[in-house]
Design a protein around this ligand. Structure first.
Ligand SMILES: [Zn+2]
Length: 92
C-alpha cells in the first residue's frame, strides 16, 4: 500500500528525529524484559551513527506495525508520561 503524502511526511520527520540525535542519549518505553532491554530502559541508549539511527527508527516502525507501541524519547520524564498514557489506554 503506498503511503499518503501525510504519512510520508510524518515518516520523514520521525526519521530525521533519530538522525538529529546521533551522539545523544534516548530513552524508550519497555516492550521486553530481557537484560539488554532492561538496561536500555534504565540507562538509555546512545545513537552512535547514521546506521544506528536508521536501525532504531526501523525498530520503532516494526514494533508499531505489530501493535506493540515502542517510542523513543529525549528524557525519562517524557518516556514515563508515555507509559502512563499507554496503561490508561489498555485498561480502558
Ligand atoms: Zn529485549
Amino acid at each position: 500500500m503506498p503511503l499518503t503524502p501525510e504519512a510520508k511526511a510524518k515518516w520523514e520527520l520521525r526519521k530525521q528525529w533519530f538522525i538529529d540525535r546521533i551522539g545523544k542519549k534516548v530513552y524508550r518505553n519497555k516492550t521486553c524484559t530481557c537484560a539488554t532491554c532492561e538496561r536500555i530502559y534504565k540507562e538509555g541508549l546512545t545513537i552512535t551513527d547514521k546506521m544506528h539511527a536508521d536501525y532504531v527508527f526501523d525498530c520503532e516502525c516494526i514494533y508499531n506495525i505489530e501493535k506493540n507501541p515502542l517510542k523513543y524519547f529525549d528524557t525519562i520524564e517524557e518516556r514515563d508520561a508515555f507509559e502512563k498514557e499507554l496503561k490508561k489506554g489498555t485498561s480502558a
